[in-house]
Structures are given as C-alpha cells and as structure tokens.
Design a protein around this ligand. Structure first.
Ligand SMILES: Cc1cc2nc3c(=O)[nH]c(=O)nc-3n(C[C@H](O)[C@H](O)[C@H](O)COP(=O)(O)OP(=O)(O)OC[C@H]3O[C@@H](n4cnc5c(N)ncnc54)[C@H](O)[C@@H]3O)c2cc1C
Length: 431
C-alpha cells in the first residue's frame, strides 16, 4: 500500500503501475528570460503555457516540485463540466449578459480537455462515458432533477435515472435516483498533466521542476522572479497558477482561498466476481451531498473513492478510514478488499465558490479557486488566460477579473474546515 501525502514528493508516479514517465524538466540553473513566466505546473499553468505557445509566445513554467505534483496529478480523474452553481442560479446572480457566456464556456469545458487529448495524442486512459450524480434522498433528487433540466434546456444530452437504473449502473442501492451528464468522462490525472507538459514542450515551452519561485518584483517594466536556487527569470508578464499550494508570493493571495484537503483511496484491481456490477459502463460518479463522495473505476479496474476528511493534513491510515467505510457500506462484497493506494491533495475553496482571476499589477495574472472541480475548469481557464494575455479580442474571457480579497480571520482556516465539515454533515443528514 502506498500513502502519498501532501508535502512529500510524488513517487515516480502516483499510480506507479500505470503512470507514464514524467517529461524531462530540469531544474532551472541559469538566468532566463521569457515573454511570459508561469509559476505552477498544474492544469492552470500548463494549459496557459500550451495555449500561449500555440500563439507563438515564448513561455517558461517553473514548479517548486514537478509537473502534476499539486492537485493536478493527484485528483480523482473525473472530467466534469460546470460550476458549483447551476445555470439558472448564475443568471440570477449575474444577469443574463454576464452569465450566459460563462455558462456556455463552462458547459463546454470537458470538450476542451478531450479535444486537447486528441490533438496532442496524450495517453491518459481518457474515456467519455458520462458523469452520474446520484441523490441519497428525495430532497436531493429534486435538486439534481432541476439541475439536469436546466442543462437540458440548454441543449445538453442528459438523462434522468430512477432508483433502479442508478442502482444498476452504480452497483449499489445507496441512492434514490439521479441523472447522467454525457459531456463528462475520466482520465488518469498525472498522465494527463504530464501529457500537457510534453505538448507544451513540443511547442518550445521550457518547463522547470524543483524551481520554487521565492520572490516577485518589478524592475524596468519587466517582472523579476527569484528562485530558491538563485537563478533569476525576467519576463514581460507573469501568471501565478499555484491554487491550493499558494504561498506568500503575492500579498493576501494565500488568504483568499481555503486550502482544504481532499482524500482518495484506490482498491486493488477488482475481479469481475466482486466488481463486475460497479460502474460497469465506465461512467464516473459523485453524489449530491455537500460532503460528497466521488468514485470511479480506473483503467486497471480499481475502485477509486474520494471525499473530504476532517483533517488539514493526513497523518496515517486511519485518516482514510471513513472512505473505506463508505466503500464497505455501498459495496458490502468489498469488505476486506486490499487498498493499493491512499493519498490526499489540496483543493482551493473560494468564499463565493467561483474561480477567481486577478490582475493586481501590470502584467501579472493570477487564477485559482476551482473548488475541487478543476480538470475541465482549470484547463479551460488556461485557454482563456492565454487569449487574454495575447490580447485576442475575438475570445473575450467569461471569467470576471476581481480584486484579491483575503478571507477574514484566515488564520482560523483549520477551524473553518472542521466546523464546515460538521455543519455540512448535519445538513446532509437532514436533507
Ligand atoms: C484529492 C483531489 C481530488 C480531486 N478530484 C477532482 C476530480 O475528480 N475532478 C476535478 O475536476 N477536479 C478534481 N480536483 C481538483 C483539481 O485537481 C484542481 O482544481 C486542479 O488540479 C487545480 O490545478 P492548478 O494547476 O490550478 O493547481 P495545482 O495542480 O495544485 O498546481 C499548483 C502547482 O503550483 C506549484 N507551486 C506552488 N507554489 C510555488 C512556487 N512558489 N514556485 C513554484 N511552484 C509553486 C506546486 O508545486 C503545484 O505543482 C481534485 C483535487 C484534489 C486535491
């Protein structure tokens, strides 16, 4: 069993048996100069880099660890379009003229991922068989039914599922119904991230691992990035793409999100006798609870189960026990199954549950806060950041630019997470 903890280096791969070797990304030793320097080699940074390089821009990406070391290489692999808010709610909040372009872009966010995978032939076990959102209670079923209908009126291929159909597809009786969104799918997250890095490199982007950026300053109309090893990068523009791993690079940024851990376990590959009924159609699933469970089968047939935990940092196997209990409750036949992997990573939660884009100084762009759903969203964000940085007025970004706004009493984020988890658990129990 392998435990991968935040702060520890990724082993050669997260799922050692199936991850491809990482791209060749040497640490930065000598001073360098780029048009655009990007801090962070996850989906946000690498997608921005790739789309800028497609436009002929000279880009360098610097990561404190390696491409995919953050959430991008260690997530649940569910490619789901959309935001926390349903389309009608976005229209209510922002008005149709602001909301509709945003709904259009987020609605097509999974296409962006699968199109890139096809274009650059990224080997990451990508499949597109849909996302099932099952509801554990009648009240939640009404919510997900409304959600499905809102997307359906916008031309999306959705199907409502009754209790029997959900049970048939998921292989558990834990839910009373749900819906399936055919836009969604799954992939091997570390391989996808590494594939993005390789694609960017093939277009001339320089990607440097083990290159923590420790300071940012502006000199003679250019940005100067100081790295831990002493090399300096200068660039006309800078993008900070550090999400849940954001440090002190820009004042107040770390305090503008809550960095909460999400936990995952992966069973041994399941033999047909015990796993044959579980998501046999290759869909992914995440339920409609506030403290949701998300699960899918991987290419080797493992059941990968994820969810929140009450801990800021996991300390040992018991910190994943709640997920293993959930597996057992949903799938009693898996009692005693071996777990091959347990790991966790940081998501960035924003106070308004929307992704944030900031431009707090000339030539500086920051994007973060995908609230645990960033494969499609961060990849799409990168595409739009690239267009904006390149000054492409034909592709206006639907993501509003806002001021960096620290969350009050951020020092208590550990308390927020624990209290929030307890509160959500209560609401889920009452729903
Ligand atoms: C356990 C888990 C499960 C998830 N499951 C899903 C899922 O199933 N579907 C989904 O859509 N989303 C999921 N997410 C969310 C998704 O993974 C994230 O939203 C997305 O990866 C964010 O990408 P990013 O590039 O913005 O940040 P990250 O991938 O976190 O990358 C940030 C990078 O910044 C680097 N960095 C930080 N500081 C510095 C510095 N000073 N100098 C240089 N580099 C620095 C870090 O090393 C890191 O590599 C999950 C997240 C987690 C943690």
């Amino acid at each position: 069993m392998t435990e991968v903890k935040p702060g520890a280096p990724l082993p050669d791969s997260l799922w050692a048996a199936t991850a491809t070797a990482g791209p060749l990304t040497p640490p930065l030793r000598d001073d360098a100069s780029f048009d655009v320097a990007i801090v962070g080699a996850g989906f946000t940074g690498l997608s921005t880099a790739l789309h800028l390089a497609e436009r002929g821009v000279r880009v360098g990406v610097l990561d404190a660890a390696e491409p995919g070391w953050g959430a991008s290489g260690r997530n649940g692999g569910q490619v789901i379009p959309g935001l926390k808010y349903d389309p009608d709610e976005l229209v209510r909040r922002f008005g149709a003229s602001t909301a509709e372009p945003l709904i259009d872009v987020i609605g097509r966010a999974a296409d962006t991922v699968f199109d890139l995978i096809a274009k650059y032939r990224i080997e990451c076990a990508a499949v597109r068989r849909g996302w099932i959102q099952p509801a554990p209670s009648q009240a939640m079923l009404e919510t997900v039914t409304r959600r499905a209908k809102q997307w359906e009126t916008r031309g999306v291929n959705v199907t409502l599922l009754d209790a029997a159909e959900v049970s048939r597809r998921l292989g558990t009786h834990a839910y009373v119904g749900g819906w399936i969104d055919q836009r969604a799918g799954s992939l091997h997250p570390l391989n996808y991230t590494r594939g993005l890095a390789r694609a960017a490199q093939s277009l001339g982007v320089r990607v440097h691992r083990q290159t923590p950026v420790v300071a940012l300053s502006r000199e003679h109309n250019r940005w100067r990035l100081s790295t831990a090893q002493g090399a300096t990068v200068t660039a006309e523009r800078v993008v900070i793409a550090t999400n849940g791993y954001t440090g002190a690079l820009w004042p107040g940024l770390r305090q503008s999100v809550i960095a909460a851990n999400s936990f995952l376990v992966a069973t041994q590959p399941l033999a047909p006798a015990i796993g044959g009924d579980i998501l046999a159609g290759g869909e992914v699933a995440s339920d409609s609870r506030r403290l949701l469970l998300y699960f899918r089968r991987d290419a080797a047939g493992r059941l990968v189960m994820g969810g929140r935990g009450p801990f800021a940092e996991p300390a040992g196997a018991t910190d994943w026990a709640h997920l293993e209990r959930a597996v057992e409750l949903m799938y009693p036949q898996l009692k005693g199954v071996r777990y091959d992997y347990r790991w966790a990573g940081r998501v960035a939660i924003t106070a308004d549950f929307l992704p944030h884009v900031h431009e707090p100084a000339p030539g500086l762009t920051i994007a973060l806060g995908y609230n645990g759903r960033g494969i499609a969203l961060a990849t799409t964000m990168g595409r739009h950041l690239a267009a904006r940085i390149a000054g492409d007025t034909r592709m206006p970004s639907p993501f509003p630019v806002t001021a960096v706004k620290p969350i009050p009493m951020h020092g208590l984020q550990r308390f927020y997470i624990t209290a929030g988890v307890a509160w959500y658990r209560l609401l889920d129990a009452l729903a």
